[in-house]
Write a protein that binds this ligand. Sequence first.
Ligand SMILES: Cc1ncc(COP(=O)(O)O)c(C=O)c1O
Length: 472
Amino acid sequence: MSPLETAFDPERFRREGHAVVDLLAGLLADAQARRGPVLPPVDPAGELAHWRRKMAEPPGALVDFLREFAARSIQLHHPRYVGHQVCAPAPEAALAGLASELLNNAMGVYEMGPAANALERWVVEATAGLLGWPAGAGFLTSGGTLANLTALLAARNRRLGPDALERGTAPDWAVIASEESHYCTARAVQVMGGGRGGLVTVPTDARFKLRPELLPAALAEAHRRGRRPFAVVASACSTSTGSYDDIGAIADFCGRHGLWLHVDGAHGAAAAFCPELRGRLAGIERADSAVVDFHKLLLNPALATAVLFRQPGDAWAAFNQEAQYLFGPSAEEPWWDSGRRTFECTKLSLSLRIAALWRGGNSELFAEHVRRAHRLARDFAALIRERPGFEVAVEPESNIVCFRRTLPGAGPAAVDALNARARARILADGSHYLVETTIGGRRWLRTALMNPLTTLADLAALLDAVERESAA
Ligand SMILES: Cc1ncc(COP(=O)(O)O)c(C=O)c1O
C-alpha cells in the first residue's frame, strides 16, 4: 500500500486505536495511583533538542510516539496537579473528541456540521437556562479570551451602533472592569482599538471583589478621558483569588446608566450547575452577556466556551451589524450557520464533547464535580489556617485557594523569596504542580483544585512539601 493508502486504512486505524486507548487507560491508572511525577523535568532547550532528534529518527509505531509524548508532558489527571485552571478531562469527553476530530465537521455553515450545529444550539440553550435566561442564545467558541472579545464586540455594536464594524473605530469609548479582571479583558479592549485608556479599572475590596460604590467614579474617569463607556465587565469569579463580584449591584448601576453588563464567568459560572452555589451568581439573570468555559470546571478538553446573550438577537451583534434588520420578528434566525456569529470560520465541533457528558439532559456529573471542588477548597483553607507558619490570602469562594508560608520576623521580600523557592523545588521534583500569583504586590502560592480525585491528604502533603522546601 502507498503511504496514503496506509494512512487511511480502516483496519490499521482499528488496530492502532485499540493500542492507543490501552495506552491512555494505563496512563490514567498510573496518574490516579499517583505514580510518576506530575510534571517531568522542564528545560525548554533540552526538550526542543530531544524532539529535533526524535523527528529525525525513522518512525516507530504511533502508540510508542504517543507514549513518549505523554511521558514528557504534564499530567493533569494526577491528583497532585493543582495548578492552572485547566481541567483533567472526563475520559468520555476525550473519546467524543476523538470522534469529533475524525469526523471533522467544521461547523462554519450548516452543511459542514448539521449535528454539531444542532447540538451546539442545545448546549447553548441549556446553559443559558441555568443562568436564568429562558430565551437566551449564543454559540460556542474557542476559549474564554476569544469569547470575552466577541461579547464585548457585540456590546459595542449594540450600545454604540455598528459604525465601528462598518468604518473602523475611533478610541472614544471605554469598558469598565475591576482591577482583578482577567488580562484578556484589557487585551480585548486593545484589540478593539481602545488602547490602554479604553479600560477603566475599579479598585477591589479586601476580598478582591469590585467595589460597586466606586463605579460612579469610574464612569467619571472615563468621561474625563473623553470616552463613552458602553459596558461593565463583572468577574465571576476572578482568576487570581476566585472572588465573585457582586453582579446584582453592578447590574443596578448598569441599569441606571444604560451600560451593557457582561459577566466573565469563564471559570466560575460553572456554579450555575449547583443549586447551592447558584447564589454566587445572583444578579446574572439581569446581565446582557456571559461566557462559560467548559474546559475549566466542566470536565471538557480545551477549548470549549459558551458565549451567551440574554436577548437572542444580541447573539448576532458581534459580526452582523444588520442582524436585527435582516431577521425581522417573524423570520427565524439562521442559528444553524455558526460562522455568521463567531470569530472562527472553521471551528471544531465543540458541542459534541460537552453534550457527550450531558446526555439525557442530566448535568449531575458537572454538579458533583463543581460541588466537590468547592468543598475541597474550603477544607483546604481550613487546613492551612490550622497549620502554624502558613496563611490564606482570602477565604475561598470557589475552588481557588491562595496561601503562603510565613516566617516570623522576616521582611516581605524574604517571605516572597522563600515561597518562590519552595514552589521551584516542588516543580523540580515533580511531586505536585501549583502556580503562584501576585496579590497586593506580594507573592502567593496559588492552587486551583481542578482534579476530581484530589483529596485533602494530597493537599496536606503539599503543605508538608512547601514547609520542607521553603527551608533555606
Ligand atoms: C476569569 C477568566 N476569564 C478569562 C480567562 C481566559 O480563558 P481562556 O484561557 O479559555 O482563553 C480565564 C483563564 O484563566 C479566566 O480565569
